[in-house]
Design a protein around this ligand. Structure first.
Ligand code: FAD
Length: 332
C-alpha cells in the first residue's frame, strides 16, 4: 500500500474539450486528495490534447500527465487501455477515477484487470474513511432500491462515477500545476479495432444527459400526441423530454428517450414525472435528480414516495394549465 500515493483522474476529451464529467471528477478527486493529504493528478490522452492541461489544473489537478499521439485520435479500447495502464504504473496512484460513460465502462474493467485490482462501477458518492483511509464507494443497487458502500482491498482502488453525481470546482485559471508529457509508445498493429465512421445521434432540442430540467412522460400519456404537449412545456422550460419504457416500447417516442435501468441515467436539477407510476426500474434512471415533481391521478402511485412535490390529477388538465402559467411568468 505504501507504494501507492495520490488520486488519479482519467479526463475524457470530446471535440477538443474536457467533457463535463472530467471537471466533476476533478472536483471530487481534489477533495479526496486533500483528505488524504496527497496529490491529485489528471491524465489526458488523445491527439492534440496538450492544450487542455492548463484547464485540468484550473479545475483542481496538481499534475497533468499528457499522452498526445495521432494513434489516440479516436477512442479505441486497445490503445487507450494500454496508455492509461502505462501512466498508472508510472504514477502508482492509490485511487483511480473515471466517468460512468461509454468510454469509462469499457476502459475501467479492462484497466482493473491489467492492474490486478477491482473496480466499483457507477458510484454516486465517494469518501475517505477517516479510520482506515480507504476509499468508500457508494453505488445504487437492486435497481436503485438501495445503496451499498464498497471498499477495495486491492490497489489502486478504482471507481467509475455517475455523470452529474459530483460538482466541479469553480474554474481558477491562476492555479499552478505541473504538466508531464508521456510517450504513448503504441504499436499500430496491436490496435485490433478501427473506428470507420462516427454517426452523431440526431437529437431535437436538448440532450437528456445535458438537461438541467427533464419532463418525462409515462404510459398514462396515452400516445404520441400527448408527448407533443410535454414537448411544448419542455421548450418553454429549456428542458429535454424523456419517457418511461412503455412509450418507447409502443413506438410513441424513440428508444433514445427512455430513462431507467435499461435506458438513460439522468440527474437533472428538476425532473417532472408525468403519468408514470415510478417503478424501481424507472427510478434507477432518475433517482439522482435534485428535485422530482410528480403528476399522477393515482394518489397511491409509487412516484409520490420519491417526489419532492406532487400533484394528484389528470395530466391532460394539469399540463396545459401549467404550460399557460409558465408562459405568463416568462412574459411578465
Ligand atoms: C429488466 C427490466 C428493465 C426495465 N427497464 C426500464 C427502464 O429503463 N425504464 C422504465 O421506465 N421502465 C423499465 N422497465 C419497466 C418497468 O418495470 C415498468 O413497467 C415501467 O417503468 C412502467 O412505466 P409507466 O410508469 O409509464 O407505466 P405504468 O406503471 O403503467 O404507470 C402509468 C401511470 O400513469 C398514471 N396515469 C394514467 N393516466 C393518467 C392521467 N390521465 N393523468 C395522470 N396520471 C395518469 C397511472 O396512475 C399510473 O401510475 C423495465 C422492466 C424490466 C423487467
Amino acid at each position: 500500500m505504501s507504494d501507492y500515493k495520490g488520486v488519479m483522474i482519467y479526463c475524457e476529451v470530446a471535440e477538443g474539450k474536457l467533457v463535463a464529467i472530467a471537471t466533476e471528477l476533478l472536483g471530487c478527486g481534489r477533495k479526496l486528495a486533500d483528505d488524504l493529504g496527497e496529490e491529485l493528478c489528471a491524465v489526458l490522452a488523445g491527439s492534440g490534447v496538450s492544450g487542455l492541461a492548463q484547464e485540468a489544473i484550473a479545475f483542481g489537478a496538481d499534475k497533468v500527465y499528457v499522452v498526445d499521439d495521432a494513434l489516440l485520435k479516436e477512442y479505441e479500447t486497445d490503445s487507450y487501455v494500454s496508455v492509461i495502464e502505462k501512466v498508472a504504473r508510472q504514477v502508482m496512484p492509490q485511487i483511480i477515477l473515471m466517468g460512468q460513460t461509454n468510454t469509462g465502462r469499457d476502459l475501467a474493467p479492462r484497466l482493473a484487470f491489467r492492474l490486478e485490482t477491482a473496480v466499483t462501477l457507477d458510484c454516486v458518492e465517494l469518501a475517505i474513511d477517516p479510520d482506515s483511509k480507504l476509499l468508500q464507494m457508494t453505488k445504487p443497487v437492486y435497481g436503485g432500491n438501495a445503496r451499498a458502500i464498497f471498499a477495495s482491498e486491492s490497489y489502486p482502488q478504482m471507481a467509475t462515477v455517475r455523470v452529474k453525481a459530483m460538482t466541479p470546482l469553480e474554474r481558477d485559471d491562476s492555479r499552478k500545476g505541473e504538466v508531464i508529457s508521456v510517450e504513448a509508445g503504441l504499436d499500430a498493429s496491436a490496435i485490433r479495432t478501427k473506428v470507420l465512421e462516427t454517426v452523431v445521434e440526431e437529437v431535437e432540442g436538448i440532450k437528456l444527459e445535458d438537461a438541467n430540467i427533464i419532463v418525462t412522460g409515462g404510459r398514462g400519456i396515452g400516445g404520441p400526441e400527448g408527448f407533443e404537449d410535454l414537448a411544448q412545456l419542455a421548450k418553454l422550460l429549456k428542458a429535454a423530454v424523456g419517457a418511461s419504457r412503455p412509450p418507447c416500447d409502443n413506438g410513441w417516442v424513440p428508444d433514445t428517450m427512455q430513462v431507467g435501468l435499461t435506458g438513460r441515467i439522468v440527474s437533472p436539477d428538476l425532473y417532472i414525472a408525468v403519468a408514470l407510476s415510478g417503478s424501481s426500474q424507472h427510478l434507477a434512471g432518475c433517482s439522482g435528480s435534485k428535485s422530482i415533481v410528480a403528476i399522477n391521478r393515482d394518489p397511491e402511485a409509487n412516484i409520490f414516495k420519491e417526489a419532492s412535490y406532487g400533484v394528484v390529477g389528470d395530466w391532460k388538465k394539469i399540463i396545459p394549465a401549467f404550460t399557460e402559467k409558465v408562459k405568463e411568468l416568462l412574459a411578465g
